[in-house]
Design a protein around this ligand. Structure first.
Ligand SMILES: Nc1ncnc2c1ncn2[C@@H]1O[C@H](COP(=O)(O)OP(=O)(O)OP(=O)(O)O)[C@@H](O)[C@H]1O
Length: 610
């Protein structure tokens, strides 16, 4: 599909919008202060002290020169006063250096702590959101932008604090200049206007460009991953995809590079032009001060003080405005970050307050349930009516895409049905407290997660609070046949799994599945759901795993999804789905007698084994 031509100008952020993003700065500082109040206040105090040093040092410089000139003119040699002044300036120079180092150190430490804090917040927030929010690409763009600035925000903090520091420097220098020669201020304003115009002109442009490329950046990350990861390596080699992926990556990156280059060139060009005007104004002021010194109105010390102050003022003011643009741009990312943290999920809806029954009485009931995925017009399942009775083992069968996993997601309240409702013991499930409701279930999904952590953690994920309970972990491993996997690994339960980290060992598909099933046994759940949990097990292991499952979960309610009919027939009842509707439901014997799809597929598979 041809990609629409991209122009970041279309969503360019103007100066006013950049300015508006500053409203998030107080909240930002509140968060930083909370991370480490002592470090934060020391930083602010250090900066305030550091801010008044430049004008004091310039003034000392002026006093030294005036003293030297005076002593030469009067032919006196009173070195004591001179040495005192020099010693004072030396002391302040050392103090200024120490303060600057202390500020940099505390900036770095605060920044590191804050970036840990924001990463933790992002992880926690992500887990609070609904599945439909997580599956939405706009959400990913927001998440990407929120994540991206985890390190950038550190710079923002020191930029804002430096800005505050510079305001004090500017005010103190201005006071000095005004005391001597108020007219110089006009030249100062003239020298600084070009910088202001330049900053207004380019304010928000880098952010606009980066923002308009969020999706592509995710695509680039993905292409980098697809082209260079252990997971894809086999197929990339086998099909010779490396050049194709590299070219796709390069093609997209080059487009971004070109736009970015164009912007950087424009910025540099205009920046140089405006700088020439500013420098001319500075030299105008310099000539003015020299004339007045030659005319005897200013002393030599005044000349150094004024030209030094003027020069510093100009560079501080320039820095102030350029930094202002950098701050507003980073603050735009801050806006993304806080908007992400403020996302609300339906899960926090006040609906679910009811306590769950200790024991399931009658079971679950799907009443005329229909569902369309968000942003989709297609009914994935419709007019679904069935009961999952307390204590029964119900199997779902049906072709790929028939809607089996979707029904599980609805049962777990990852989504709300578009029409109809699901009841537990006669009460709509959304009336129950959602966290407690989910605690009812032990679930293994088809695409369960292979955590690249230790084997112990992988099993304990089913009930993470019990990670210290070795007996429970052992028992779960025993039940799921994962015990033999533990025995085969040199580090046993402490074995890191996967290839990402040192000493990590990868497992076979079947071994991973046994560990995932152990996860379900970790929890003493009321309802167990196994979504094709044994597809990678060999035939003997699968039969054994299922027979054990039926014995070990006696009296518990369970749903099993499987494409293997030898497994499915062990269930109490079987529900056959076709094109999002229930085609038939009953025991194995009943369905065989029915002689419809189930009987046909069962016979087909059975014939394959003969
Ligand atoms: N997150 C999603 N967003 C949009 N459509 C989806 C989503 N997940 C699944 N679908 C669609 O819903 C339909 C049913 O998918 P579902 O995963 O429930 O099928 P299934 O019966 O479990 O299939 P399989 O046997 O292949 O696992 C499919 O057409 C699929 O494309």
């Amino acid at each position: 599909m041809p990609r629409p031509k991209k122009s970041f100008e279309t969503n360019n952020i103007n100066f006013r919008e950049s300015f508006a993003s500053l409203k998030f700065v107080p909240r930002f500082f509140k968060e930083i202060r909370k991370v480490n109040p002592l470090l934060f206040y020391s930083n602010v105090l250090g900066r305030t002290l550091n801010a008044i040093l430049p004008v004091v040092m310039l003034w000392l410089g002026k006093l030294i020169i005036d003293e030297v000139v005076l002593q030469i003119a009067a032919d006196i040699k009173d070195l004591e006063r001179l040495w005192m002044l020099v010693a004072a300036e030396f002391g302040l120079a050392i103090l200024s250096d120490l303060l600057s180092r202390g500020i940099s150190l505390s900036d770095a430490l605060l920044g590191d702590q804050y970036s840990i804090d924001t990463s933790v917040k992002i992880i926690k927030k992500t887990s609070e959101l609904n599945l439909d929010q997580l599956e939405d690409s706009e959400f990913y763009d927001k998440l990407e932008r929120a994540r991206q600035q985890t390190t950038g925000r550190v710079g923002l903090m020191s930029n804002i604090l430096t800005q505050g520091e510079d305001v004090i420097v500017i005010i103190s220098l201005l006071a000095g200049v005004v005391a001597f020669e108020p007219w110089l201020i006009i030249l100062l304003v003239v020298s600084i206007i070009p910088t202001i115009i330049n900053e207004i002109k380019f304010s928000g442009t880098s952010y606009s460009l980066a923002r308009s490329w969020t999706q592509e950046r995710r695509e680039l990350d993905y292409l980098r991953y697809a082209g260079a990861s252990d997971v894809t390596a086999k197929e990339v080699k086998l099909f010779g995809l490396s050049n194709y992926l590299a070219d796709r990556f390069k093609g997209l990156s080059d487009k971004y590079y070109l736009q970015s280059k164009r912007l950087a060139k424009q910025r540099a060009g205009w920046g140089s032009f405006f700088n020439v005007i500013g420098t001319a104004a500075y030299y105008g002021a310099y000539i003015f001060i020299i004339f007045r010194t030659v005319a005897g109105i200013f002393s030599l010390g005044d000349l150094t003080f004024l030209s030094g102050s003027f020069n510093r003022l100009r560079s501080k003011l320039q820095g102030f405005f350029t930094r202002f643009t950098a701050i507003t741009e980073s603050a735009l990312y801050l806006q993304d970050y806080f908007e992400f943290l403020d996302l609300t999920s339906a899960e926090s809806s006040p609906d679910g307050k009811l306590d769950l029954p200790e024991k399931i009485e009658s079971g679950f009931e799907f009443k005329n349930v229909g569902f369309k995925y968000p942003k989709s017009e297609k009914w994935v399942v419709r007019h679904i009516n069935f009961e999952l009775r307390a204590g029964e083992k119900l199997a779902f069968v049906g072709e790929n895409g028939a809607g089996k996993t979707t029904l599980i997601k609805l049962l777990l309240q990852f989504y709300e049905p578009t029409e109809g409702e699901i009841l537990l013991d006669g009460i709509p499930i959304k009336k129950y407290d959602q966290a407690a409701y989910r605690q009812y279930f032990g679930v293994i999904f088809q695409d369960f997660v292979k955590f690249e952590l230790t084997l112990r953690e992988n099993i304990a994920m089913g009930e993470i609070g019990e990670i210290g309970n070795q007996e429970r972990i052992d028992s779960a491993a025993e039940k799921s046949l994962a015990r033999e996997v533990v025995g085969d690994l040199p580090l046993g339960y402490s074995q890191p799994l996967g290839k990402r980290f040192k000493h990590g060992k990868d497992l076979s598909g079947g071994q991973w599945q046994k560990i995932a099933i152990a996860r379900a046994y970790m929890k003493d759940a009321e309802v167990l759901i196994l979504d094709e949990p044994t597809s990678a097990l060999d035939a003997r292991a699968e039969t054994e795993a299922f027979q054990r499952f039926i014995q070990l979960t006696e009296g518990k309610t369970a749903v099993i999804i499987s494409h293997r009919f030898s497994t499915v027939r062990i269930a109490d009842r079987i529900m056959v789905l076709k094109d999002g509707a229930v085609l038939e439901i009953g025991t194995h014997r009943e369905l065989m007698q029915n002689d419809k799809l189930y009987a046909e597929l069962f016979n087909l598979q059975a014939a394959g084994y003969q």
